[in-house]
Design a protein around this ligand. Structure first.
Ligand SMILES: [Zn+2]
Length: 276
C-alpha cells in the first residue's frame, strides 16, 4: 500500500535520516522533500541555486540509502523576501526571487523536481507593498510553472475559500491550470465550490483528516514536518500520515481503494508522476 506525505522538510542538523526511518517504520512509502528555507545561504550566494542543489543532494542521499521514494520541490521561500530586502533592497530582492523561480522551473523541466515550491506569500500580516511584491513574484512563478508544464506548491496566509478562488484566478491569468496548484497547509476544503479546482494538501491532524475523508477523496495529506531540533515533532511528526491512514482504514472510514486515490492517484495526476 502506497502511503504518501506531500510535505516534509529535513535538515542535516535535525533528525534527518532518523526522521525518514520513523516515516518508513510507520508504513510510509513515498514523500515530498520540500525546500527548507535557508535565507542566510541565499544572501551569502545572492542566488537560490546552491540551496536547491543541496536539497537535491539530500534527496539523492536518502533515495540511495533507504527503502523509500523521495520527490523534491524547490522554490524561493516567500518569507525570505523580508530578510532579503534589508540586505539587497526591493528591486534586487524581487529580481533574485524571480531568478529563483527560473532556476526551480529549469530543475522541474530537467526532471529533478516535481514542482516549484513552496512559494507564495508570508503567512503573517505584512505591509500592502510586501503583499503586492509577493503576488508579483508568485504570479511570475506560476507563469514559469505553466511554461515548463509543472505544478506549484503554495505557502500563504491561512487558507480560506475566497483565497482559493483568488489563487486559482491568479494561475488562470498566466495559463496555469487549477489542478496544478497545490495548497500546502490546507484545511479540509475538499469540494470544488470550496477550492475552485486547486488541490488541497491537508495538514494531517486527526480532526482535519476525518473531516476531509468524510467529504471525499480529492486531497493529499501532509505533516509539514520541519525537522527543527528546537521544535521536535513540529508541525506534525513523520509517522503521522501513515498513522492517520491506518486509522481511516481500520475504522472503515475509507477503503483501501479510496485511500489509493488520496495517496497515489491524486499525486500522480497533480505532479505527472508514476509511483509504481
Ligand atoms: Zn513547508
Amino acid at each position: 500500500m502506497i502511503i504518501f506525505d506531500n510535505h516534509m522538510h529535513l535538515r542535516r542538523d535535525g533528525r534527518y535520516l532518523d526522521a525518514v526511518k520513523e516515516f518508513i517504520k510507520a508504513g510510509g512509502t513515498h514523500f515530498v522533500l520540500c525546500q527548507y528555507p535557508m535565507t542566510q545561504k541565499v544572501i551569502e550566494h545572492k542566488s537560490y541555486e546552491p540551496i536547491f542543489q543541496e536539497t537535491l543532494k539530500m534527496a539523492e542521499e536518502i533515495q540511495k540509502n533507504m527503502d523509500v521514494t523521495v520527490y523534491t520541490t524547490v522554490g524561493p521561500y516567500p518569507v525570505d523576501y523580508l530578510k532579503l530586502i534589508d540586505v539587497l533592497g526591493r528591486e534586487e530582492t524581487i529580481d533574485l526571487m524571480k531568478k529563483g523561480m527560473d532556476q526551480a522551473a529549469h530543475l522541474c523541466e530537467e526532471g529533478h523536481c516535481i514542482a516549484i515550491g513552496e512559494i507564495g506569500r508570508p503567512h503573517f500580516p505584512v505591509d500592502p507593498q510586501v503583499m503586492e511584491d509577493a503576488d508579483q513574484i508568485l504570479s511570475y512563478g506560476m507563469k514559469r510553472a505553466a511554461e515548463v508544464d509543472t505544478a506549484v506548491v503554495l505557502h500563504t496566509e491561512t487558507t480560506t475559500i475566497a483565497q482559493c478562488e483568488q489563487l486559482v484566478h491568479m494561475g488562470e491569468k498566466v495559463g496555469l491550470a487549477s489542478d496544478r496548484i497545490v495548497k500546502h497547509f490546507a484545511p479540509p476544503l475538499i469540494y470544488q465550490e470550496e477550492n475552485f479546482g486547486l488541490i488541497p494538501s491537508v495538514l494531517a491532524s486527526r480532526k482535519n483528516i476525518e473531516e476531509a475523508a468524510f467529504k471525499g477523496t480529492r486531497f493529499m495529506m501532509e505533516t509539514d514536518y520541519i525537522d527543527d531540533p528546537r521544535r521536535p515533532g513540529a508541525v506534525l511528526s513523520p509517522k503521522t500520515v501513515p498513522k492517520r491512514t491506518f486509522e481511516l482504514l481500520n475504522n472503515n472510514h475509507l477503503s483501501e481503494d479510496e485511500l489509493g486515490i488520496i495517496h497515489q492517484e491524486n499525486p500522480e495526476k497533480t505532479y505527472h508522476i508514476s509511483m509504481e
